[in-house]
Write a protein that binds this ligand. Structure first.
Ligand SMILES: [Zn+2]
Length: 251
């Protein structure tokens, strides 16, 4: 009897460990945004070699200034999808992002996965983030990016009704996994296409949108910028990317 209980416990632990490993491998090696893309903008089909760099989860007092320095050095304007709670904590960092000519998007107030939210809860998450961003920077956001990309079809429609365009990405740097900047850069260079939107982070670690190190993200900007320019690319914000889509009349 005792032996049987021991066996059950052992198998349960093994099962839980395998499930955890499966989830970890899924998030590290698969990009869930691919499943959610329908009804969102994740790239723009065009011939001109343009690319939009986007940074999620900030502002962070530790990493956003370093990322801003690197972008300034390379003369790049990017788009930052900010969390309302981080903007409230670090309004001066959010102000610097806006003052340096970067675009700001809404990434919710709290960074919760939205799949099971009621419409009024979703609206509150977005309004609270917008209020914080507006108070700190004077910016009214029109682009929205859902935490971890997850969003239902009904939520996509609700966001449209609220006047938001949902922006995902076509290239995921996976910088939050703390891959080396050389690996991130070579992955992007191998896969880049005109009109791509690249996902980076200016805050957060493996499990949370706070803490962690974005050292490799900062290094990647410097490493990548020159190499992409050599290939003929120029860097645009999400608004510029979308205006070119409108000119081309394509997705
Ligand atoms: Zn995020």
């Amino acid at each position: 009897m005792f032996k049987r209980i021991k066996k059950i416990i052992l198998f349960s632990i093994l099962g839980a460990a395998l499930i955890a490993l499966g989830i970890a491998l899924f998030t590290v090696f698969f990009d869930q945004a691919v499943i959610v893309r329908k009804g969102t903008i994740y790239c723009v089909l065009c011939e001109e070699k343009i690319v939009a760099l986007t940074f999620d989860d900030g502002p962070s007092p530790d990493w956003t200034p370093k990322i801003l320095d690197a972008l300034k050095e390379e003369n790049i304007k990017a788009t930052f999808f900010m969390l309302g709670k981080h903007v409230e904590e670090y309004p001066e960092v959010a102000r610097r992002v806006a003052a340096e000519g970067h675009e700001i998007g809404n990434h919710t107030y709290d960074h919760h996965v939205l799949l099971y939210y009621k419409p009024e809860e979703l609206e509150k998450e977005i309004r609270d983030a917008q209020d914080a961003i507006y108070k700190a920077t004077g910016v009214t956001t029109k682009y929205f990016r859902p935490p971890k990309a997850w969003l239902t079809g009904a939520e996509k429609k609700q966001l449209k009704r609220m006047g938001y365009e949902t922006i995902l990405w076509s290239l995921n740097s996976k910088d939050w996994v703390t891959f080396h900047d050389k690996q991130i850069t070579s992955y992007i260079l191998r896969n880049i296409r005109p009109g791509d939107i690249i996902l980076f982070h200016d805050s957060g670690g493996v499990f949370r949108p706070e803490g962690g190190s974005r050292k490799q993200t900062v290094k990647t900007i410097s490493r990548l910028a020159g190499k992409l320019r050599e290939k003929g690319y120029r860097f645009v914000t999400i608004s510029e990317l979308l205006s070119l889509r409108e000119k081309n009349g394509k997705q």
